[in-house]
Write a protein that binds this ligand. Sequence first.
Ligand code: PEP
Ligand code: MN
Length: 336
Amino acid sequence: MLVVMDKTATAGEIQAVVSAAETKGYQARTIPGGERVAIGILYNKGAVDASLFMGLAGVKDVIPVTRPYKLVSREFQPDDTIVRIGDVTVGKGHLCIIAGPCAVESETQALTIAKLVKKCGAHMFRGGAFKPRTSPYSFQGLGEEGLKILARARDLTGMPIVTEVMDYENFDLVEAYTDVIQIGARNMQNFSLLRRAGQARKPVMLKRGLAATIDEWLMAAEYILEKGNPQVILCERGVRTFVHHSRNTLDLSAVTFVRKESHLPVIVDPSHAAGRRDQVIPLSQAAVAVEAQGLMVEVHHQPDKALSDGAQSLYPEQFERLCRRAQQIFNLLQIP
Ligand code: PEP
Ligand code: MN
């Protein structure tokens, strides 16, 4: 339930609503809006009796919340969340392009790619230091050494960095180095990781699970917001289907649906969706056309030598074309 306060409601009147919720054993979350404050009522087992709040001073309206997710929903917060990472903005009115290799392989590799993608127009640099690999015999990432290299790439280029945290044990370490904490598809329902991300003071990028429904994805984001971190970016990266022509199936309808349901920014990773380089530019164009608020793309200066995901990594010149086209499509969509 959402209790919407009058524009003129006083701090005392807001507190009275919070207290009324707490006496019933609920929790109340104050959600500051542009014009007025709303108070979200959480942890109710059954329906909340609206009359509990309706008669209180300063209360304008009491709205039942119909969705299972609350804090991430537009019912709770109609205005878009805008996530800021230094000078980079993710959300409404911006197209954020994140690029870099699948994995940090060496300092030379990461710095070479960072400089190239920056020149082409990337806003943030990605690269895995801890890699979730299907096979235990595949390259697992450089660990902390990889994080140090990412930090050097940030120093060199000024781009904030995005890297994945794979487990609870390494959370503090990854959080200390990175600017955006990525939670990968395989961990979308790792609830202890999600709760820990909710305590982080850095933005979190939450990728959609391999076979996650939208409800499951948004409920995973709810875990992070519920623990107190409102800076969440959702990333659609394709879901597993029966097809063989691509690694996964990029679900672009999820972008439009989630943007309607949730105030959180939504970006698209066409690389892990496609699994092959020839689909990455067309899918990126389509993602921008459906108003995804950013792209995360794998780029390598020598894809044939990449230790992971070489087949889907763009050559730098392809990435340069992608940036130009994505920006043009984005500009076109700014026409009212
Ligand atoms: C990645 O972005 O490095 C990655 C492993 O992606 P996903 O979790 O979407 O598979
Ligand atoms: Mn990859």
